[in-house]
Design a protein around this ligand. Structure first.
Ligand SMILES: Cc1ncc(COP(=O)(O)O)c(C=O)c1O
Length: 380
């Protein structure tokens, strides 16, 4: 039996579609047009997305993982090279480095922003002179930008390419400049639950550099400029017309949807600023787009269970850091001491967050958490 008062953790897509009849019309246009892969909808979406970001080029690809992989290949990164990123991220960030044949070197995150700590970055580069470190991937986790001004200045000093992982940060910015326009390249995902999500897999590589854009474009389709003639080795990572046409409609509402996420975050902030919880941090002059609203509690597992028992869906992004996962613990390199990463994973909890949460739903989640705290954090 379904519970009508249940509050799911992520965006219910069926609701979204019901509110946007334009999506149905766009799908019909593709079905009657007869082009299904890399056609006019993809070209139009690439232009519109680049213009939304304030970037010169966007290249549609098959997923966020593929966008990272294609970006790494466009930089010429391959076997024997090392790439720095964080351990507190989706496994896809590290999987993409390995897809390119490179070695991941994982560093700690800053304890407040949960994004790559620029101080650790510099230490990691200096501590590993024998590694051929070619690039770094800062992840704008949960929708909060990594400290790009500082990261870019470290990268410049050590001559490293920077690929931003923007999979969770569509529309986020620093000083009004959007994530995806700070590094040499950026990778976006359009997985359905992202702030800009398709109805299937999709991704984009973004850059201002025409040479990198050309290399990424060649790589995504077998190195073809002319059909069936491979100029360079490549792969198949293409965005399809149905996803592109859906994304074109949803892009028009991205600012509005992000503003709603920010409103939900403000309501949570005002209800939950109590000493027993750590709430999401937003650095001054940074714009957070709240892909997730992540709180911290030392008794996270009990709180999660309590909310679940009251039909409130929560998630943990991510319960095990990459350097401790069975598939990676013996393979990835780490810069010693990922203390912030290891502590965060024990305490984080993602509350329900999407643009269609009502203020009554947010109040219900907030009230439940406050009642749980009252019961469970009584002074002894
Ligand atoms: C930070 C981050 N990077 C990369 C990816 C990979 O994106 P995709 O699922 O589209 O391959 C994800 C997916 O959730 C992610 O959260």
């Amino acid at each position: 039996m379904s519970d009508s008062s249940a509050i799911p953790a992520a965006n219910p897509l069926a609701d979204y579609l019901a509110r946007r009849p334009e999506i149905d019309q766009a799908i019909q246009r593709v079905l009657s047009g007869g082009r299904y892969i890399l056609g006019p909808e993809v070209i139009a979406f690439e232009q519109e997305f680049a213009s939304f970001l304030g970037a010169r080029f966007a290249i549609g690809v098959g997923s966020g993982t593929e966008a990272l992989h294609v970006a790494l290949r466009a930089c010429g990164i391959g076997p024997g090279d090392a790439v720095i990123t964080v351990s507190h991220t989706a496994v896809a960030t590290v999987a993409a480095i390995e897809l390119a044949g490179a070695i991941p070197l994982l560093v700690d995150v800053a304890p407040l922003s949960y994004t790559l700590d620029p101080n650790r970055l510099e230490a990691a580069i200096q501590a590993n002179p024998s590694l051929r470190i070619k690039a770094l991937i800062p992840v704008h986790l949960y929708g909060h930008p990594a400290d790009m001004p500082t990261i870019m200045s470290v990268a410049e000093r050590f001559n490293l390419k920077v690929i931003e992982d923007c999979v969770q940060s569509h529309g986020a910015s620093i000083d009004g400049r959007k994530t995806g326009t700070w590094g040499h390249l950026a990778a976006f995902s359009f997985y359905p639950t992202k702030n800009l999500g398709a109805l299937g897999d999709g991704g984009a590589v973004v850059t201002n550099d025409p040479e990198l854009a050309e290399r990424a474009t060649l790589f995504r389709e077998y190195g073809w400029r002319e059909r069936y003639i491979s100029e360079v080795p490549g792969a198949n990572s293409r965005l399809d017309e149905l996803q592109a046409t859906i994304l074109r409609v949803k892009l028009q509402f991205l600012d509005e949807d992000n503003a709603k996420r920010q409103e939900v975050a403000r309501q949570y902030d005002s209800m939950l600023s109590v000493r027993q919880l750590v709430l999401p941090h937003c650095s001054p002059s940074f714009t957070h787009v709240y892909h997730q609203y992540v709180i911290r509690s030392p008794r996270r597992d009990e709180l999660k269970q309590f909310l679940g028992a009251h039909s409130v869906g929560t998630l943990i992004h991510y319960p095990v850091p990459i350097h401790q996962q069975p598939a990676y613990r013996d393979r990835v390199l780490t810069q010693s001491g990922l203390a912030a990463t290891e502590r965060i994973c024990q305490e984080i909890l993602s509350l329900p967050m999407h643009p269609h949460l009502t203020s009554d739903q947010v109040r219900r989640v907030g009230d439940l958490i406050l009642s749980w705290l009252k019961e469970n954090h009584r002074p002894r």
